[in-house]
Write a protein that binds this ligand. Structure first.
Ligand SMILES: [Zn+2]
Length: 127
Protein backbone atom coordinates (compact mmCIF):
# COMPACT_ATOMS: atom_id res chain seq x y z
CA UNK A 1 0.00 0.00 0.00
CA UNK A 2 1.09 3.54 -0.72
CA UNK A 3 0.13 6.63 1.26
CA UNK A 4 -1.29 9.64 -0.57
CA UNK A 5 0.77 12.72 0.31
CA UNK A 6 -2.30 14.94 0.38
CA UNK A 7 -5.00 13.02 2.24
CA UNK A 8 -3.04 10.16 3.78
CA UNK A 9 -5.31 7.54 2.22
CA UNK A 10 -3.66 4.15 1.69
CA UNK A 11 -3.93 3.02 -1.93
CA UNK A 12 -2.73 -0.18 -3.56
CA UNK A 13 0.59 0.41 -5.30
CA UNK A 14 -0.94 -0.52 -8.68
CA UNK A 15 -3.51 2.27 -8.33
CA UNK A 16 -1.39 5.08 -6.87
CA UNK A 17 -0.49 8.00 -9.13
CA UNK A 18 2.53 10.29 -9.27
CA UNK A 19 1.42 13.70 -8.07
CA UNK A 20 3.51 16.70 -9.05
CA UNK A 21 3.41 19.79 -6.84
CA UNK A 22 4.71 21.95 -9.67
CA UNK A 23 3.03 20.91 -12.90
CA UNK A 24 4.79 18.17 -14.80
CA UNK A 25 4.71 20.51 -17.79
CA UNK A 26 7.66 22.31 -16.16
CA UNK A 27 10.57 20.16 -17.29
CA UNK A 28 13.09 21.57 -14.82
CA UNK A 29 11.10 20.20 -11.86
CA UNK A 30 9.31 17.30 -13.51
CA UNK A 31 11.65 14.58 -12.25
CA UNK A 32 12.80 16.10 -8.95
CA UNK A 33 12.05 13.75 -6.08
CA UNK A 34 11.02 16.79 -3.99
CA UNK A 35 8.28 17.48 -6.56
CA UNK A 36 6.94 13.96 -7.14
CA UNK A 37 4.94 12.04 -4.57
CA UNK A 38 2.40 9.25 -4.43
CA UNK A 39 -1.08 10.66 -4.70
CA UNK A 40 -4.51 9.03 -4.87
CA UNK A 41 -6.72 9.55 -7.90
CA UNK A 42 -9.16 11.58 -5.81
CA UNK A 43 -6.51 14.15 -4.86
CA UNK A 44 -4.46 14.13 -8.06
CA UNK A 45 -7.33 14.29 -10.53
CA UNK A 46 -10.51 14.86 -8.55
CA UNK A 47 -9.11 17.74 -6.52
CA UNK A 48 -6.63 18.94 -9.13
CA UNK A 49 -3.65 18.06 -6.94
CA UNK A 50 -5.14 18.93 -3.52
CA UNK A 51 -2.33 21.47 -3.28
CA UNK A 52 -3.01 22.90 0.19
CA UNK A 53 -2.45 19.51 1.84
CA UNK A 54 0.35 18.67 -0.61
CA UNK A 55 2.14 21.91 0.36
CA UNK A 56 1.80 21.22 4.10
CA UNK A 57 3.29 17.74 3.70
CA UNK A 58 6.15 19.04 1.54
CA UNK A 59 6.97 21.69 4.14
CA UNK A 60 6.91 19.11 6.94
CA UNK A 61 9.30 16.92 4.95
CA UNK A 62 11.67 19.50 3.45
CA UNK A 63 11.11 22.68 5.47
CA UNK A 64 9.16 25.86 4.91
CA UNK A 65 11.29 27.09 2.00
CA UNK A 66 10.55 24.11 -0.26
CA UNK A 67 7.58 25.71 -2.01
CA UNK A 68 9.61 28.77 -2.99
CA UNK A 69 12.56 26.57 -4.02
CA UNK A 70 10.35 24.50 -6.30
CA UNK A 71 8.71 27.60 -7.76
CA UNK A 72 12.14 29.14 -8.40
CA UNK A 73 13.44 25.97 -10.06
CA UNK A 74 10.29 25.75 -12.18
CA UNK A 75 11.06 29.18 -13.67
CA UNK A 76 14.31 27.90 -15.16
CA UNK A 77 13.90 26.55 -18.65
CA UNK A 78 14.41 22.80 -18.45
CA UNK A 79 15.88 20.87 -21.30
CA UNK A 80 17.09 17.29 -21.31
CA UNK A 81 19.24 15.43 -23.77
CA UNK A 82 18.59 11.81 -24.69
CA UNK A 83 21.42 10.82 -22.33
CA UNK A 84 19.80 12.84 -19.51
CA UNK A 85 16.54 10.96 -20.04
CA UNK A 86 18.31 7.61 -20.00
CA UNK A 87 20.04 8.58 -16.75
CA UNK A 88 16.72 9.66 -15.19
CA UNK A 89 15.00 6.46 -16.34
CA UNK A 90 17.85 4.33 -15.01
CA UNK A 91 17.83 6.09 -11.64
CA UNK A 92 14.05 5.79 -11.32
CA UNK A 93 14.13 2.10 -12.22
CA UNK A 94 16.91 1.51 -9.71
CA UNK A 95 14.99 3.32 -6.94
CA UNK A 96 11.77 1.43 -7.73
CA UNK A 97 13.61 -1.89 -7.64
CA UNK A 98 15.25 -0.99 -4.33
CA UNK A 99 11.95 0.11 -2.78
CA UNK A 100 10.20 -3.06 -3.92
CA UNK A 101 13.04 -5.16 -2.55
CA UNK A 102 13.01 -3.28 0.80
CA UNK A 103 9.28 -3.87 1.14
CA UNK A 104 9.41 -7.47 -0.06
CA UNK A 105 7.15 -6.79 -3.04
CA UNK A 106 7.60 -8.82 -6.20
CA UNK A 107 7.43 -7.04 -9.54
CA UNK A 108 4.17 -7.70 -11.31
CA UNK A 109 5.43 -6.54 -14.70
CA UNK A 110 8.17 -7.69 -17.01
CA UNK A 111 10.86 -5.23 -17.96
CA UNK A 112 11.50 -4.93 -21.65
CA UNK A 113 14.93 -5.60 -23.11
CA UNK A 114 15.70 -1.89 -23.41
CA UNK A 115 14.65 -1.28 -19.79
CA UNK A 116 16.99 -4.04 -18.60
CA UNK A 117 19.80 -2.54 -20.66
CA UNK A 118 19.20 0.99 -19.32
CA UNK A 119 19.17 -0.29 -15.73
CA UNK A 120 22.34 -2.32 -16.28
CA UNK A 121 24.17 0.71 -17.73
CA UNK A 122 22.92 2.97 -14.94
CA UNK A 123 24.03 0.59 -12.20
CA UNK A 124 27.40 0.01 -13.87
CA UNK A 125 27.98 3.76 -14.30
CA UNK A 126 26.68 5.21 -11.05
CA UNK A 127 26.82 2.49 -8.41
ZN1 LIG B 1 -5.42 11.61 -1.58
Amino acid sequence: MCKCISCGKLVHIKKIQCGHFVSRRKLSTRFLKENCFPQCYGCNVGQNGNYASFARQLQETYGSEIIKELDDKAKVMGKFSAVDYLEIIGECMHQVNRALCDKGIEKWWNETGIEKTILKIYEKTYL
